[in-house]
Design a protein around this ligand. Structure first.
Ligand SMILES: C[S@@+](CC[C@H](N)C(=O)[O-])C[C@H]1O[C@@H](n2cnc3c(N)ncnc32)[C@H](O)[C@@H]1O
Length: 229
């Protein structure tokens, strides 16, 4: 058997036995990733009623499903959601009720413009980003592409978050990691590192949580974009 087939078989066996895969199926989440956001939210209480939240790298949609569930209004109160959810991905995403979806590359100006249009001027309470580039296997190149996405997510958050807003992003604990942590420390009043139970131990994936954009960092973004929003 080729090495690649062996790796695929090992991955499949682990996937089938994975408790989070089973739980995701039970709760009808589109992926086990749902439990990463649930795990972090249990600790940090980020998802509160009536918030405006942006879900970056949303496909296939498990985080948006969790957000939708948490913001859902009881049927007796008219249904729908109490708040606003805007999701974005390069790939298409099956619709989720009450979730506005923008398809496009977050690195492109045009996508950013459509995302801002979907927000219709609303300031944002929470930005979550589970974006990850397609991995090439070349560690330095993968880390650089990940860092690029994180930097863009930070710039977006600084430009759109409310003063008590928060940004949660996925990053890789590899080369470039300490620079990303430094960027977070320059940008937010409180910074925490999170590795939810559902994130596999052997994965370099880590989440950074920044709360309270620093006024100095917001001013820097406003200057670069030619005025505040
Ligand atoms: C790990 S998946 C996200 C899973 C999602 N949180 C969920 O719960 O279903 C990462 C996503 O990031 C998206 N992505 C990667 N680069 C992107 C970019 N430049 N712009 C928008 N989305 C991107 C990918 O298309 C992929 O769907």
């Amino acid at each position: 058997m080729s090495k690649r087939k062996k790796v695929n078989r090992a991955w499949l066996a682990q996937h089938i036995d994975d408790p989070y895969v089973k739980l995701a199926r039970k709760h009808e989440y589109r992926s086990r990733a749902a439990f990463k956001l649930i795990g972090i939210d249990e600790q940090d209480r980020l998802i509160r009623p009536a918030i405006t939240v942006v879900d970056l790298g949303s496909a296939p949609g498990a985080w948006s499903q969790v957000l939708r569930e948490r913001l859902a209004r009881p049927a007796a109160a008219g249904g729908g959601v109490d708040g606003r959810i805007v999701a974005l991905d390069l790939l298409p995403m099956e619709p989720i009720a009450d979730v506005a979806f923008v398809q496009g590359d977050f690195r492109e100006e045009e996508t950013l413009r459509r995302l801002e249009e979907a927000l219709a001027g609303a300031r944002v309470d929470l930005v979550v980003s589970d974006m990850a580039p397609n991995l090439s296997g070349i560690a330095a190149a993968d880390s650089a592409r990940m860092a690029d996405l994180v930097e863009l997510a930070v710039a977006f958050a600084l430009a759109h978050l409310k003063p008590d807003g928060a940004l949660l992003v996925k990053c890789f604990h590899g080369s470039g990691y300490s620079q990303i942590v430094e960027l977070f420390k320059r940008s937010f009043v409180r910074v925490a590192v999170r590795k939810p139970k559902a994130s596999r131990d052997r994965s370099a994936e880590t989440y950074l949580l920044g709360r309270g954009p620093k006024a100095s960092a917001v001013a820097g973004v406003d200057e670069r974009s030619g005025g505040g929003s």
